[in-house]
Design a protein around this ligand. Structure first.
Ligand code: ZN
Length: 397
């Protein structure tokens, strides 16, 4: 059901459109879509619009797309409740995220099933505007390697099981869009081939694969790497592993957590030099404690302590992040010296293309969804529109 929202005219801002940057531009949004973008000199017919005039140095950029996020603001995909997803779609526009893949984690089969079914049901009736959009599911585990479990509970890890996956995909009405798996485990390559044939992204992650094993995975159809550097072997000069393969093989696009904790800034810079802006996707991999106070939280039945910008298990293992995607955009500009246009590629364009939704999301262009973020002069998220409706506005102090 589409509710009535006034057509909006954003005026006087820098517009980072798909084609070019317009210094003093405007955007018209109507019926959930961007209907016109242009330079202020070309602006006519303002009457029917609610006009939002912004300072000239504010920037309009496409909404961010997070392909790897578990939770925020006390809620987690694994809670398997409508309320949890309501919380997520409401909280994420605050960090500039306008669409995402709800991400599950390794748990007992029944619990994964509940989470999958819950998301699939939610997608059927999800809000049409004013909230972040759930584009589908990212299945992270249980088909991973126990040697690289990280915060995935080891007792529930299983080898890639295609029959089980098919059952789950049917349960979700085809809403699993991305699967993180360890290709070197028995059944791994067979699963990758099936995913590829069915238009599902096969991502190498929580994997101990060697360089050769990654080569076989690429041959089978893998084209994505889950949180580059984390939960894979380090780059070694005699065994390049997943990291070395990600650096060398253009077939692979790599997720990266740019919070300065999961990957040191210098390694982010190294990855950027290798992969460039078309080879990386910024993700948060955030857990429920994001936007909450320091303290103790649950992650898949394990106690997580959040302090000083880190979320860790009792043994010190990093357990997801509390990173906001808008912060990741700022961080990558700081760490690598890349342009805002490059950061937009990594936060919006690349995930949209990878998920096959670039015809309606991922850039500012006429006919696309009105998913728009306004950044202030410090590149902080000032406003977020989700499919044409204001979803967040920063309080002015
Ligand atoms: Zn994750």
């Amino acid at each position: 059901m589409i509710k009535h929202v006034n057509p909006i005219l954003l005026k006087g801002i820098r517009v980072y459109s798909e084609k070019e940057m317009i210094k003093n531009g405007f955007i018209k949004i109507k019926d959930q879509k961007i209907i016109e973008i242009g330079s202020i000199d070309a602006l006519i017919d303002e009457d029917e619009f609610e006009v939002i005039e912004l300072p000239a140095y504010y920037k309009a950029i496409p909404g961010f797309i997070d392909v790897h996020i578990h939770g925020v603001n006390g809620a987690d995909t694994m809670d398997a409740t409508k309320e949890a997803l309501d919380t997520m779609v409401t909280a994420l526009p605050k960090e500039g995220t306008t669409s995402f893949l709800a991400t599950t984690m390794t748990q007992e089969g029944k619990q994964i099933e509940n989470a999958l079914k819950n998301v699939a049901q939610y997608i059927e009736k999800q809000p049409s505007q004013g909230k972040a959009e759930i584009l589908g599911l990212h299945l992270e585990g249980p088909f991973v390697n126990a040697k690289r479990a990280g915060a995935q509970p080891i007792q529930h890890i299983v080898d890639p099981d295609l029959a089980l996956f098919k059952e789950w995909q049917t349960m979700t009405n085809g809403n699993i869009k991305l699967v993180t798996l360890a290709p070197e485990r028995p059944g791994g390559l067979e699963m990758i081939r099936y995913l590829k044939e069915n238009g599902i992204i096969a991502s190498i992650g929580h994997s101990d694969a060697t360089y050769e094993e990654v080569g076989e995975a690429i041959e089978a159809g893998a084209n994505h790497v889950t949180h580059l550097f984390n939960q894979m072997r380090g780059l070694h000069h005699r065994e390049p592993g997943v990291v070395g393969a990600a650096f060398l093989r253009d077939e692979l696009i790599a997720e990266i957590i740019v919070d300065g904790v999961h990957v040191r800034p210098e390694m982010v810079e190294l990855a950027y030099k290798q992969k460039q802006s078309d080879g990386l996707i910024l993700i948060t991999d955030s857990m429920r404690a994001k936007c909450m106070k320091n303290g103790k939280y649950d992650l898949g039945g394990q106690e997580v302590t959040v302090q000083d910008g880190k979320a860790v298990l009792a043994d010190g293992t990093l357990a997801g992040s509390i990173l906001r995607l808008g912060q990741a955009v700022k961080n990558i500009v700081n760490y690598t010296g890349c342009s805002l246009e490059n950061a937009i590629e990594m936060a919006s364009v690349n995930p949209a293309k990878q998920l096959n939704v670039f015809e309606r999301k991922g850039s500012l262009a006429e006919g696309k969804d009105g998913d728009i973020v306004i950044l202030d002069k410090n590149l902080e998220v000032f406003m977020t529109f989700c499919r044409g409706e204001l979803a967040f506005k920063k309080e002015e102090n």
